[in-house]
Write a protein of this length. Sequence first.
Lengths: 197, 197
Amino acid sequence: MADGRGRRTSIGARRNPASEAAVIAAARSLLQEKGYAGFSIDEVARRAGAGKPTIYRWWPTKADLFIAIYQADKAAAIAMPDTGSLARDLRTLVNALWTFWRTTPSGGAFRALIAEAQTNPASLAALRDRFVPQHMCRLREVFDRAVERGEIAPDNVEALVELYFGFNWFRLLMNRIDDDPDHVARAVQMMVEGARR
Amino acid sequence: MADGRGRRTSIGARRNPASEAAVIAAARSLLQEKGYAGFSIDEVARRAGAGKPTIYRWWPTKADLFIAIYQADKAAAIAMPDTGSLARDLRTLVNALWTFWRTTPSGGAFRALIAEAQTNPASLAALRDRFVPQHMCRLREVFDRAVERGEIAPDNVEALVELYFGFNWFRLLMNRIDDDPDHVARAVQMMVEGARR
């Protein structure tokens, strides 16, 4: 249904898959063209022919809409490894993550989101209260398997995930995400050793 | 000497301690009033009655001038501990650092600098190539003593310092720097255990 101004009418809290796909597609192409700095709900709505209230109902902030795309692209680019060793899994993940950051616009956009979150409380909430827990949840399977194998103590998982995030973010924010297999292997080894039962 | 417009003339690469102190005092009071967002070399020069070229010769960017003040304030606020145990030293340091970040304008300003560095290459260079190495150098004594006591392997110091930075920055950027002694103790213990010889 159109509202006579070329926009689909709002369908309420229940998402319409076609509208959702149109919004995501418009948002992804805008991000590729303009980066995070040029990314706005207004422009996404215009390109998708969608109503702004609908977009805001689904993604409460620009940061949330970006995170939806970033998570989907990351999940598509990076498979969760299962090599039978936590150190090997984490080396594989770090390498894949840094490659993803270096070779797609996502790395720069994610840096921009972290930067924005330092002055914008809504972006900080999206990053800290929605993105980080979702992502920790996805990583959890790798750590849970390590617990099952007896490699690490279950009580250490939370702190280990935090060290893992801190290591990767520090490198991203310092723009030091070139391949660095020796340093990565050592840092990963230290985290895993430190988390042993 | 004045140049007739109420400014001290440039004294070249050799710093004049009185001028330097005037610039630092002006910069510190501007930071307290306006935060990092309102901090500029132009305004510092005006308040200090100093020439901009002189300031730029001493501190090539706004980020460098901020870092000079931040490092001095941090060094005054946080003594390097020497408790005889690396885990105890690091717990003491994390607690003092987070308290410093929470209770002075420095925490917010440092967050703003990290944010700025994501889009401003000169600020990134100041942060990555000057601040981080200087700060690692100051921390080094704590880690070197741990090596001397045989607590950690010398080859692990670099990676350990990086994990330590990553942990603190992640918490600062997520604005999760409230007292959290149990989590801090666990994260510190894991880093130290992982770095054992």
